[in-house]
Design a protein around this ligand. Structure first.
Ligand code: CS2
Length: 509
């Protein structure tokens, strides 16, 4: 092999033995599904499951990867014939494999036409999506389509040239109805609760506005299963690309890096052909809800907590944050004492063992997951990760002192990015501007800041925002998080949790 050749189908036979390659004949692999939002997560998760499936039961399940937002795919995956190296990293262990399931890529950033061409094709039986929480254009606190979202306003006025995911999918379904009428499964793989229902809601709400019977056709011919997806796969860095060159001697511009753990629980509800991912480790179930609550509240809740508090403590990655004894103790107690009691029984999973396993995953130092990456779009994540368990706790009359700290952490993270607070770090969150405006208008009074932010009813449902216990807990944590000793908020919440535990014990004695 020439030094520094780029990965391509022709190079497959000449890769070092340490790199696994597809065991099936890619030259006869035809497209059967599309994926919207090809990023590190898709390459480490659904595309890998599909690669596994193709190797044991070869069928027409090649994936066409579509991006309607940056980055472009043509210059990376496209140049490599869809091939890429998937590295699994666990502290010092490395496993490399070239994934072959992606058979084509489509860049549809400038116009929806290329994406519509694929999505409306009769060859495509299923579409998986990872378009991030905000891609659904829904209102996080209610799950309904945000009809004031600028892209939705645009798409309703220009349905043939959509910019949003709901507008694009509604148009694709309209084209399918008008041409071949074949059914379609639309499988959300984003971390939003009841993701299938949310996707169905936004597409249906959009289609209803279109009138013309489209909503009814969708009802009869499309399926929107919910799914719980899991694997930690951070944004890929130049270091990752350089590592593949150094270790294996070829270039790959589309490397993906993930942890060993992976899980995929899919609601058994398909329209048309079904890829048998259940043969390769995924589970098909009737109800995904217990699995998704467990995952979002425990693993994702821990990540968001470590991310925002980690940034406030000056720590770079999840693994740095969890190496801090105070944060590690805090996150474990938050999960065990406050989060776990909100969770239903999950078939086959022991809750405490799941917490320990999750914390163990977060300690993996080879996974360089930046706290700022996880804190991105926090407004779209805190409802399912923190606010829903808080609401459940309050309705049971139970304490929420620990879970409130990361909620205040999210606020402090955005407040400190505002000009008034010295723009401590760049942030990316659809509500960053709103929080900055509140900070500009309010200054550093924690009570007024918390009150202003809690009034954002698309994030905080009004019943929760009006709850006195919650307001007090968030306000007091926020004051400390914004001080020179932000970790005082973490220490004090633990002390208070101890004190109320002692009080409860004394009362029951
Ligand atoms: C992370 C998730 O960035 C984030 O919001 O919490 O991407 C997380 O790593 C995955 O959900 C793990 O399955």
């Amino acid at each position: 092999m020439n030094a520094l050749e780029t990965l391509s189908p022709a190079l497959l036979e000449r890769l070092p033995a340490a790199v696994q390659t597809p065991s099936y004949d890619r030259t006869v692999l035809a497209p059967g599904m599309a994926h919207l939002g090809v990023g590190a997560f898709h390459r480490c998760h659904q595309a890998e499951y599909t690669d596994d499936l193709l190797s044991i039961r070869f069928d027409r399940w090649g994936v066409v990867g579509i991006n309607i937002r940056p980055p472009g795919l043509a210059d990376t995956l496209g140049r490599q014939g869809g091939l890429y190296t998937r590295l699994i990293r666990d502290n010092s262990l490395i496993e490399a494999r070239v994934i072959g399931s992606i058979v084509g890529v489509v860049d549809s950033q400038a116009s929806a036409a290329p994406a519509l061409h694929v999505l409306s094709s009769p060859d495509i039986d299923l579409v998986t999506l990872t378009v991030t929480e905000k891609g659904y254009c829904h209102i996080p606190s209610s799950g309904e389509l945000d009809s004031r979202h600028p892209d939705i306003v645009h798409d309703l006025a220009n349905p043939a040239t959509p910019r949003s995911v709901p507008g694009l999918l509604a148009r694709a379904l309209e084209l399918r109805r008008a041409t071949h009428g074949r059914p379609l499964t639309l499988l959300s793989c984003d971390n939003i609760p009841t993701n299938g229902i949310i996707l169905a809601n936004v597409v249906r709400a959009f289609a209803e506005r279109r009138g013309n019977g489209l909503a009814e056709w969708i009802e009869a011919n499309a399926a929107f299963p919910s799914a719980m997806v899991d694997r930690i796969a951070p944004a890929v860095t130049q270091d990752d690309l350089d590592s593949v060159e150094q270790w294996f001697g070829y270039r790959d511009a589309a490397v993906a890096v993930g942890e060993p753990f992976r899980q995929w629980v899919i609601e058994h509800k398909f329209a048309g052909r079904v890829p048998r991912w259940d043969l390769v480790g995924a589970s098909f179930v009737d109800d995904v809800t217990p699995f998704e609550h467990l995952k979002m509240r425990v693993l994702n809740g821990a990540q968001t907590t470590l991310a925002t508090l980690g940034v406030l403590a000056g720590l770079e990655h999840t693994s740095d944050a969890i190496a801090d004894p105070l944060l590690a103790a805090f996150v474990r107690r938050m999960l065990v004492e406050e989060t776990l009691p909100t969770l239903p029984t999950v078939p086959g999973i022991e809750p405490l063992a799941y917490v320990e396993q999750s914390l163990g995953r977060l300690r993996n130092i080879a996974i360089r997951h930046r706290n700022h990456q996880i804190a991105t779009d926090g407004s779209q994540k805190i409802v399912q990760r923190l606010l829903n368990p808080i609401r459940d706790r309050l309705s049971q009359g139970e304490s929420i002192g620990l879970l409130s700290v990361p909620v205040a952490g999210w606020m402090a993270y955005l407040i400190q990015a505002s000009a008034r607070f010295g723009r401590r770090w760049p942030v990316s969150d659809p509500f960053a501007g709103k929080v900055a405006a509140i900070a500009e208008a309010t200054g550093d009074d924690a009570q007024a800041l918390a009150a202003g932010i809690l009034a954002i009813d698309t994030i905080f449902d009004p019943g929760l925002a009006a709850n006195d216990i919650f307001r007090r807990a968030v306000t007091s944590a926020l004051g400390e998080l914004l001080s020179d000793d932000p970790m005082a908020a973490v220490r004090h919440s633990l002390e208070q949790a101890d004190a109320s535990r002692l009080k409860r014990r004394a009362q029951s004695a």
